[in-house]
Structures are given as C-alpha cells and as structure tokens.
Design a protein around this ligand. Structure first.
Ligand code: PDD
Length: 276
C-alpha cells in the first residue's frame, strides 16, 4: 500500500512517526475522512474547505497548497486502485521538543491513505439502536481535531451495550453522535443542532440540508432536549460512512413504530441518487 506523505506518494513502509510529533504527543492536529464512490472523491470541495478552516482555527499552516493537495489525493486514489472506499487524511503541527506552546518552527506532517469501505446497506435498511451518553468533550468540537477521547469513550459505551452509535447530551440538549450528526423529525419539522462550536458541521449533514429543500419538511436548526428526541416520529444520523442511517431505538425507547420512517427513506433515496 502507498500513502501520501506531504507532497509525495510513498510506500507505507517508508513512513515512520517521529517520537516528538505533536500529533502523537498532544493530539495537535486535524483530520478529514472523504468518501470515494466509483473512484470519485465525494464532496471533496466541502471536505477541503473544512480542513482549511480547522487548520486556520488551530493556526497549523498547510504544508502544501490546497489545489496541490486535491491533485495529490486524486493521484493517491488512482494509485490505490480502490474505487469504493475512503481517504483518511491527517495533518499534525509537526515535530519539536515537547513543550505545550507552539514551537517557533515546525514542518507540519500530512499523511493520507485510502482504504476500502462498503456501504452499510443492512443498517441503512433496518435502522440501528443507539444509546445516549453525556457529551464530555471540549467546547470547540467544530474543529475536526485529532482529540477524540470524549467520542471514543462514548462509542465504546455504545459497543459494550450492543448499540450502533452514542448520541451525546450536553446540559440536557442533544448535540450530535460520537461520529455523526443527529436529525429528528416531528410532523413536518426536521430538527438538527445548529452548526456552532458544540457540533462538527458534517459534510453529510450539509448535503442533507440541501436535500431537505426538495421535501415538504421544514428545517429547524435548533437544539432539542433528550425528552423531545424520544418523542420524535423519526430520528436518523448522518456521516461519511453511514450516509443517512435510521435510528429505531434510543436506550430502551422505540422511535416512532420502531422501524425506519418515511421521510428518512425519502432522504436516503435522494442521497442515493446523488452518489449515482
Ligand atoms: N466523523 N460529528 C462527529 C463528531 C464526527 O466525528 C463526524 C464524522 C460527523 C459527521 O461528519 P461527516 O458527515 O463530514 O462525515 C459528525 C468521521 C467519519 C470519523 O471520525 O471517522
């Protein structure tokens, strides 16, 4: 397997992590996961835009111009010969003697690789059960940073309970999933948390917001309580890997009839048309 290392495609074996890489020591870095459908990087512009934003917020200089990065990613995908998969891309602030504040000079390290990925068709059809967990993350989760411990712990709890995702609750309000955004439908209103510092503004979320315009749903970008969530007709989560995935049970409570709802199906269908 080859990987992209800054501006070069090199064999995986030729990459080694420096002991003092700040990504390793402080989680001082950012990442993106981009879906590849039929050899094409889905929504790459939005992903790279979010990457640039994350880098700016953390004052990490991009090691290569974003246009070059896009070209390199295309080369990487072609080189991998994987037509359906995803690119994992991360940039760390680079390597320097351990000291919390930014070093005066570092060369950021960019690595990216492609892996195969199947669409989770069964889960998308039947829906998943999820649990709720307290949102213990920091207050800038809009930045797609490598610091994911709050997400990791919540997802671990879900796995231990046989659930497919953990929906995070901060001060009684639903924020998002451990690695997904949450949508909820009541009547013809579709609720999702506003894109502020308390959620990651998912690229799939942004696609769904566009698709909603072709339905008779009215978008309400307002936080809802856990109690309200449990009373919804339909709930679904979105992310790069799971697309639009129905939620049929939250903790011990069934959502609607306990089967994927009609609007969720409509949005799944619309999403399917987009990806060809
Ligand atoms: N995570 N919220 C969080 C906390 C996430 O980690 C993710 C995605 C999303 C959805 O974003 P998008 O639609 O752009 O995938 C929302 C990726 C997939 C991951 O960490 O693997």
């Amino acid at each position: 397997m080859n990987i992209l290392l800054n501006n070069r495609i090199v064999p995986r074996e030729s990459f080694s992590l420096d002991l003092e890489d700040r990504g390793f020591q402080f989680g001082d870095g950012i990442y993106e996961v981009i879906r590849i459908y039929d050899g094409i990087l889905f929504e790459w512009e939005a992903h790279l835009e979010r990457l640039v934003r994350s880098a700016k917020e953390l004052m990490i200089p991009l090691p290569i111009p974003v246009n070059t990065l896009y070209q390199n990613l295309q080369l990487l995908v072609r080189d991998s010969e994987i037509t359906d998969g995803s690119v994992y891309l991360q940039i760390t602030r680079g390597s320097a003697p351990r000291f919390h504040a930014f070093p005066e000079k570092t060369d950021p390290t960019l690595v990216a690789y492609v892996r195969e990925m199947q669409r989770p068709l069964e889960k998308m059809k039947k829906g998943i059960k999820v649990i709720t967990a307290e949102d213990i993350r920091w207050l800038r989760v809009d930045i797609k940073s490598l610091n994911l411990l709050g997400n990791v712990l919540a997802r671990q709890k879900a796995v231990e309970k046989g659930a497919g995702e953990a929906i995070l609750i901060r001060d009684g309000m639903v924020t998002e999933g451990s690695s997904s955004n949450v949508f909820a439908i009541k009547g013809n209103h579709c609720f999702t948390h506003p894109a502020n510092h308390l959620i990651l503004n998912g690229i799939t979320r942004q696609v769904v917001l566009r698709l909603l315009k072709d339905t008779d749903l009215t978008l309400k970008e307002t936080p809802i309580t856990l109690g309200e969530l449990l009373e919804m007709d339909e709930v679904f989560i979105t992310n790069t890997g799971q697309e639009v995935c129905p939620v049929i049970q939250i903790d011990e409570f069934k959502i609607g009839k306990g089967t994927p709802g009609i609007y969720t199906r409509q949005l799944q269908f619309a999403f399917e048309l987009l990806i060809g």
